[in-house]
Design a protein around this ligand. Sequence first.
Ligand SMILES: Cc1ncc(COP(=O)(O)O)c(C=O)c1O
Length: 395
Amino acid sequence: MDISKLDKKINPSGTMVISNKSRALKLQGKPVIGFGAGEPDFPSPKYVVDAAIKAVSDPKNHKYSPAAGLQSLREVIAKTTKDYSGFEISSDNVIVTNGGKQAILTAFFSTLDSGDEVIIPAPYWTTYPEAVKIAGGTPVFIQTEKSNNFKVTVEQLEKSKTDNTKMVVWCSPSNPTGVVYTKEEAEEIYEWIFKNDIWILSDELYEHLVYEGEKSPSPAIYDPEFKNTIIVNGVSKSYSMTGWRVGWLLGNNNVIGLGKKIQSQATSNVSNVSQLAAEAALLNGLEVTNEMKIAFNRRRLFATEKINSIPNLNVVESTGAFYLFVDVSYYCTEENGLRTSEELCDWLLENYYIAFVPGEVFGTPGFMRLSYALSDEELDSGLSRLSEAIDNLNE
Ligand SMILES: Cc1ncc(COP(=O)(O)O)c(C=O)c1O
């Protein structure tokens, strides 16, 4: 029997492919240093763990709960959104999801019909185009320029717009570049989107991880009725809670109404224990996030300097998230036997046991992504291996 034609259209998560390759090498006893993972290296805060232990002991939490999320958590999300992100949202307009990832998929299912186009600036987080296709839409890519710090411009958006354009995906700070749009740049893009009456899906998972300058204002500040705006956020990155699987979707009544129907049929509620752990995370404020930020910032500066000192490698200036996007195009040559950044990353992993994610995964070959969410010691020794590898290529 045939399976769905979707099989030919969608790819597995590129970052997970790298994690699996690294895991396999580790199992063989190789001393792999992983720069691939998109998650903080810290354990979840103790008060989160304590809240989960309390929750798991309460039989009430052993049962189904509302598909859109526990009312108490939705209220805390609404409150902290106002405090941290600066816009009002009613708890009725919140759906708690299984991580930011499910919120993104639900957002696409709630807005797209077959043939609808979604503009995705590249480099992009690897899930966006695949999730658009799963929901029946068509991704349309804009290749942003390194010379513009990989920021999309209104001119580029204008050129890509067709009668079928339904949405623009927006992510600042960006995964994979760590680039943060300024207020003025963001406002210009939002104005264009609102003027053209299309959706903006703003992925704000990294909003609290900005090391220099201001974070980008959310489009919801300029669109208080959520006429064109959908927001995705979650606890994974800000509170080091990737494994708990709690994110959320914010939107107007129509988006949330359909989103709830989808979630009620797809998954029902997110685990009650995880929801109560996320509630504890939000109620305890951003202190733990700010502590992680100090470590991330130290590593960001260290890694940027170290990589930029390696001949012919350079880092895209990054002020947010915990990623650096490194230009490796100089070494992707026939002569080296490493024609693409994918081949270069494979070579680095197989010979030097350092795992990076090739730019191909993010729609921008010639680069590789490095996550600096690993210990200072590992960061230092992994980058020394990178330097040694490049020295060998230069010999
Ligand atoms: C930009 C971006 N959005 C969303 C997510 C999904 O986060 P979650 O782990 O909460 O599903 C990630 C995770 O890597 C991400 O990098």
